[in-house]
Design a protein around this ligand. Structure first.
Ligand code: SF4
Length: 344
């Protein structure tokens, strides 16, 4: 194998990744090898202009002094493109939050096997912030009502999202002044997509105001719901010590990598890694135990609650498989590279 070690060191600051890249077959495709052959798309630079494909008359490539077929200017198209990115990101975070709200409701009804309310104090605070009258209701009754209120935030049409009031007062006043307080989570994303469609909102500033409202519907809506409920169901994290990187894969154990964004299944897998029956079974197959490690945001979830080792970030997922040491990679949603299928 004749590889330029210095060039490989430029690809990643992670020594373990570089080590693997030095030792893989030349024809093996990874994000790092593809990054060497794939040139960045030039559209979007000041020279090449921006591209709009928001209607069937396009795509239109527009520069400083030109317009799209519909007359859309560089400023309008740039604002529309950024706004649509924000809507896509907000929808991904928020849909995760929606799933967590469903899970909280199922847990409250006793229909989510293996799950229970673990942080009652946080549940009470969350419920109160959503306007639930906790009174002398049971924990599960409060959880059910809070879950329903959280789900209603997605379809809310008017007013302001309840959780906005958790932001510093001064910040809320600025949002009020600029009229960007979100009314409902889904509503802002849908309106963003509508307003950036052909022939609708053509004022870049007005488009960006809605983009801010959409981003706030994520941060103080969908993402906030997701974070609060994750703590309620799996405990609020506390500082802890853990080891990291690909070296946490164990040669003598069954290595299970949990990867993605939702902790629901992963938290349970991590909890069961020490289950005697499962460990005994692994031993009958010649392993010394079960080693659960994480990649990407799911890794962060189980790291901060259970001290599970994160073996890498988004860019390391292919590397983990290519070590040959991984028996199972369990993926949920978001950041799962399509190329993984080729490697397994
Ligand atoms: S919306 Fe306008 S700029 Fe965009 S693709 Fe259609 S015609 Fe072209």
């Amino acid at each position: 194998m004749n590889k330029d070690i210095e060039k490989i060191a430029d690809l990643s600051s992670d020594e373990a990744v570089c080590n693997l890249l030095e030792n893989i077959e030349d024809e093996q495709s990874t994000v790092f090898t593809r990054s060497k052959s794939l040139k960045p798309c030039p559209i979007g630079s000041s020279v090449s202009g921006v591209c709009c494909k928001n209607c069937g008359m396009g795509p239109c490539r527009v520069r400083e002094n030109t317009e799209g077929l519909c007359g859309a200017t560089l400023g309008t198209i740039s604002a529309r493109n950024l706004a649509r990115h924000i809507a896509a990101g907000a929808s991904a975070h928020s849909d995760h939050g929606r799933d967590m709200a469903h899970l909280l409701a199922l847990t409250a009804e006793g229909k989510a096997e293996g799950l229970k309310i673990r942080d009652e104090l946080k549940l009470f605070r969350f419920a109160k912030n959503l306007g639930v009258n906790t009174g002398d209701k049971s924990v599960n009754e409060i959880a059910k009502e809070a879950a329903e209120k959280a789900m209603a935030l997605f379809g809310q049409q008017t007013g302001a999202l309840d959780l906005i009031k958790l932001a510093p007062k001064k910040r809320q006043e600025i949002w009020e002044k600029y009229k960007v307080i979100p009314r409902g989570i889904d509503r802002e994303v849908v309106e963003m997509m509508h307003r950036t469609h052909m022939g609708v909102d053509q004022d870049p500033e007005n488009i960006l105001n809605q983009a801010i409202r959409t981003a706030l519907s994520d941060g103080w809506g969908g993402s906030m719901v997701g974070t609060e409920i994750t703590d309620i169901l799996f405990n609020t994290p506390v500082p802890l010590a853990a080891k990291a990187n690909l070296g946490m894969l164990q040669a003598s154990e069954v290595n299970i990598v949990i990867h993605g964004h939702e902790p629901t299944l992963s938290e349970i897998i991590a909890e069961l890694a020490d289950d005697k029956e499962l460990v005994d079974y692994a031993e009958t197959k010649g392993a010394n135990g079960i080693n659960v490690v994480g990649i990407c945001c799911t890794a962060n979830e189980v790291l901060m609650r259970q001290g599970i080792a994160p073996i890498g970030n988004f860019l390391s997922q292919e590397m983990a498989i290519m070590t040959g040491a991984v028996e199972l990679m369990v993926v949920d949603i978001q950041c799962i590279m399509q190329s993984l299928g080729e490697l397994t």
